[in-house]
Design a protein around this ligand. Structure first.
Ligand code: FES
Ligand SMILES: [Fe+2]
Length: 365
């Protein structure tokens, strides 16, 4: 996929049609052309328990299982039983095999079907043809990514300059330790949620505390390939004891990256910290996601707690905003809106990406 690089402060233009936020036909296309063929964050290496272990996860809307063979090979499979479709693995384990809880078909960590009770009674049964479907897997530091397309381009190539940009702004992903995962669900289309993520135009009015941490007026927007980034200097109030967190620390800037289609990568100023995770559609007008939080070993708990309090508040504020936008755009009486030039340039970049992946003409360009 190639994207036309927009000037970082492009002119405004009409949005893609609002019907795309609730149309089941668009969701079908998005599943086939985006979610079944894209790299997505699936968890981290700490979820494995050494050779011979596995953990169940998701690759967006696709249930997957990540395995680490006895020989140290990392693999991934669609976590769907080839018998009658049950979810095979749940949670994590170190058993050397994975057994489906429905009728006990048992798979190796290489995906091969090893045992099926009474399989020998069926003359047409061929275990060789009934292994788990493989997916592509890759790692970046401690992070595990998967792509349901087994022939996907390598992760490192797909990531492009994202790891370099993250490091350039002071974050060493290998020096982080996993802290907690938070799941969430939204009554909003996945694109509405991500478009909200891509602009801070709404921040002064809706995130009064947040803008005491990042200087939203000096936000730098970057669009490069699949990466849409917002880099912000710290707001002086958080250095003067007047913000929700103390932003003194190793990181002088905030960085927020959306790596298309759905990876959110958030770093606040202060001590080393990261929240990372995917978002995916659960229906034409609903979505779900999770965020994994990471900190440096040396970061004290009070600072971490203050960051969680801030993020919980911002999350609640954003949920209300995107769910209201979902209700509004679903009215059917207004065809489309306007992407503002300047502050909302990254939304235009994202809408181009979606339109190109779907192979549709959004009209009104
Ligand atoms: S559905 Fe998995 S063993 Fe029957
Ligand atoms: Fe927001």
């Amino acid at each position: 996929m190639t994207l036309t690089e927009p000037p970082v402060h492009a002119s405004g233009r009409p949005t893609t049609p609002w019907s795309w936020y609730s149309d089941p036909g668009i969701l079908d296309l998005e599943m086939k052309r985006i979610f079944h063929r894209s790299w997505q964050y699936a968890g981290h290496l700490g979820e494995l328990q050494g050779p011979g272990s596995y953990f169940a996860s998701v690759c967006g809307p696709v249930p997957i299982v990540i395995t680490l063979g006895d020989d140290g090979t990392l693999r991934g499979f669609v976590n769907v039983c080839r018998h009658r479709g049950a979810i095979v693995a749940t949670g994590a384990g170190r058993r050397g095999t994975i057994q489906c809880p429905y009728h006990a078909w048992t798979y190796g960590l290489d995906g091969c079907l090893r045992a099926a009770p009474r399989g020998a009674d069926d003359p047409a049964f061929d275990a060789e043809r009934l292994g788990l479907a493989p997916v592509s897997v890759g790692t970046w530091g401690p992070f595990v990514f998967a792509n349901p397309d087994p022939g996907a381009e390598p992760l490192a190539q797909a990531l492009g300059d994202l790891p370099a940009v993250v490091a350039e702004h002071g974050l060493d992903v290998d020096a982080l330790r996993f802290d907690q995962r938070f799941h969430y669900a939204l009554n909003a289309n996945w694109k509405i949620a991500l478009e909200n993520y891509l602009e801070c135009y709404h921040c002064p009015l809706n995130h009064r505390t947040y803008v005491e941490v990042i200087d939203e007026r000096r936000l730098e927007l970057q669009a490069a390939g699949r990466r849409a980034s917002q880099i912000a200097p710290v707001d002086p109030r958080s250095l003067e004891g007047r913000g929700p967190i103390d932003a003194h620390g190793e990181l002088a800037t905030a960085q927020f990256h959306l790596w298309f289609p759905t990876l959110k990568f958030n770093v606040l100023p202060g001590h080393p910290n990261l929240s990372i995770g995917p978002l995916w559609p659960t229906g034409p007008a609903t979505s779900a996601g999770f965020l994994d939080y990471w900190f440096a070993d040396t970061t004290d708990q009070a600072w971490i707690d203050a960051l969680y309090t801030l993020d919980t508040r911002v999350g609640a504020e954003d949920t209300a905003l995107v769910e209201a936008a979902q209700r509004g755009t679903s009215s059917g009486l207004v065809e489309r809106g306007w992407v503002l030039g300047g502050a909302e340039t990254l939304i235009g970049h994202f809408q181009d990406y979606v339109r190109d992946r779907l192979g549709l003409d959004a009209g009104a360009d």
